[in-house]
Design a protein around this ligand. Structure first.
Ligand code: PTJ
Length: 243
């Protein structure tokens, strides 16, 4: 039982929820360690959406809105943390949603699909093919989904697939709290923010941007600058930590 007045109440409740998701077969055991790394970086950016992350969220919304075939790729961590956030973003952006897993089993794909559907997400289904040049199971995706997408949103990704998607000519939007990760460096656009804050941020911009604004913000970003700002943010927080 986690007391309500515990200073880290929310974080502890999330951990409790994720542990339950492991037992239910939604989250991989490895997903817990990935979450821990994310928590550490979230601490370093101050557990809030920074100005540069907000700008990245606006550009992400613009890219999704002007895309011919946008797809949101969902893994176990994202499904466990933000099924409702994915549903709202799908409604606001009209993007397709595909389950894509690193630790892939048919059982997990089925369970994650069911969970998302319970929240109102329309999930692409079918037999995946090995469409990406990767030796692990993230290579499996749907021809009419990630295979045909021009813009792919990848929350909590691993660098390999991000690179493979880029090499296939796709625009990749990553959500990753670690601005130094291979994914963050390799994505077309990286949102250095916690996934449960980033998704509502992108959704809000999808609702607000006009067509003209979407055109402008879809080109007006520089990923190196976004990452530089996130690293500077961490720097200055560390510099002033003991003030
Ligand atoms: O569900 P599966 O089988 O597809 O597996 C998913 C994981 C996350 C286990 C797999 O993709 C993986 O191993 O990812 P990595 O390589 O650990 O990368 C995850 C990245 O997401 C790390 O850079 C973390 O800092 C970051 N991260 C973790 N939690 C969050 C996060 N970023 C945003 N929000 C979070 N809550």
């Amino acid at each position: 039982m986690i007391p309500h007045d515990h200073p880290r109440y929310r974080s502890l409740k999330v951990r409790e929820h994720l542990a339950r998701c492991v037992k239910e077969g939604i989250l991989s055991l490895e997903g817990l360690t990935a979450h821990g790394r994310g928590e550490a970086f979230d601490y370093l950016i101050g557990e809030r959406t920074t100005e540069s992350a907000l700008q990245a969220e606006r550009s992400a919304a613009a890219l999704l809105l002007i895309a011919r075939k946008p797809v949101i790729s969902v893994n176990g961590n994202t499904a466990a943390l933000a099924p409702g956030g994915i549903a709202l973003l799908q409604q606001a952006s009209n993007a397709a949603v595909e389950v894509n897993l690193f630790h892939r089993t048919d059982e997990r794909v089925r369970k994650i699909t069911c969970l998302l559907e319970k929240y109102g997400v329309q999930v692409l289904k079918g037999e995946g093919d090995r469409l990406l040049p990767l030796s692990h199971d993230r290579a499996f995706c749907l021809k009419e989904g990630i295979g045909a997408a021009d813009v792919v949103l990848v929350p909590l990704e691993d660098g390999d697939r991000c690179q493979a998607l880029r090499e296939m000519g796709k625009t990749v939007i990553a959500i990753d709290l670690n601005p130094l990760s291979r994914t963050a460096m390799c994505a077309s656009l990286t949102i250095v923010d916690e996934v449960t804050r980033a998704l509502p941020g992108i959704t809000q911009f999808c609702r607000e941007l006009t067509k003209e604004e979407a055109q402008i913000f879809s080109t007006k970003y520089n990923n190196r600058e976004i990452l530089r700002s996130a690293i500077q943010e961490i720097h200055s927080r560390l510099d002033h930590a003991l003030d």
